[in-house]
Design a protein around this ligand. Structure first.
Ligand SMILES: Nc1ncnc2c1ncn2[C@@H]1O[C@H](COP(=O)(O)OP(=O)(O)OP(=O)(O)O)[C@@H](O)[C@H]1O
Length: 237
């Protein structure tokens, strides 16, 4: 069984075809990227995968289940870090991890997660007092405290400085070695190129290219994913 199967996914907001017939499969243990410019349909696709939005057409299966119908059951097996995730300003790091762990039937040991993601020294700090990088690290830890089989990370490194960004990349690579299936939504082409086994390039709600970063680069005769993207975009004009 594939970890995620999305077939002909469609989602419309008013007159906007946000997602217009998207099909892809994510194998278990793979890091799969969804990339493309602002408004390409990345977040809408990710939200349909985790059951936060109901598709207008097509089908989505995560771990064999339909997330729109089985959201509560799947929530035990999927971790998500979303673009606008935030916590109450005064909530402390350890408190947040303990509270999130309590939502799951079989959570990871939240103290171990706190240690693993370098948050132990911040345990008593309030969320509102953390730096941007520390907040992102906490959000990632919260997405993982339920010991999920699938993790969806949306614009994980936006706003981070280069050091915090590289540190976050290291953490995402660690997830892969632990066998977790990762969906990485990012408009940074260098990030998806560095971290993803395979990826889908979205444009205007459709998949414009899909494959390993090396395949997409080779198809376009370019030398990096960012150039490949511009070559694809140029070809569309
Ligand atoms: N709740 C909504 N109501 C109306 N239109 C929406 C809504 N959410 C998204 N859209 C529109 O759907 C399209 C796809 O948006 P989406 O957020 O999925 O793209 P994205 O690739 O994630 O973009 P970004 O990188 O800017 O987050 C855009 O044209 C956006 O304006």
């Amino acid at each position: 069984m594939e970890a995620i199967e999305v077939k002909d996914l469609r989602k419309t907001y008013g007159h906007t075809n946000a997602v217009d017939g998207v099909t892809f499969t994510v194998h278990a243990g793979e890091t799969f990227g969804i990339t493309g410019r602002n408004g390409a349909g990345k977040t809408t696709t990710a939200e349909c995968v985790i059951g936060l939005r109901r598709a207008d057409g097509g089908s989505v299966r995560v771990l064999g289940e339909d997330p729109a119908r089985r959201r509560r059951a799947l929530a035990q097996r999927i971790g998500a870090q979303l673009q606008e995730s935030a916590l109450p300003e005064r909530m402390k790091v350890a408190e947040a991890l303990r509270a999130f762990a309590s939502f799951y039937h079989r959570p990871a040991d939240w103290r171990e997660v706190m240690e693993r993601w370098g948050l132990t020294s911040l345990a008593r700090k309030a969320y509102g007092d953390l730096s941007g990088g520390q907040k992102q690290r906490l959000m990632l830890a919260l997405a993982l405290v339920g010991d999920p089989e699938v993790v969806v990370l949306d614009e994980l490194t936006t706003g981070l400085d280069p050091v915090a960004r590289r540190e976050t990349w290291r953490l995402v690579r660690e997830l892969k070695t632990s066998g977790t299936t990762v969906v990485l939504v990012s408009h940074y082409f260098d990030e998806t190129e560095a971290l993803c086994d395979r990826l889908a390039v979205l444009a205007g709600g459709r998949i414009r290219a899909m494959g390993t970063p090396a395949e997409i680069i080779a198809q376009t005769g370019t030398s990096c994913l960012e150039e490949a993207y511009f070559a694809l975009e140029g070809a569309d004009r």
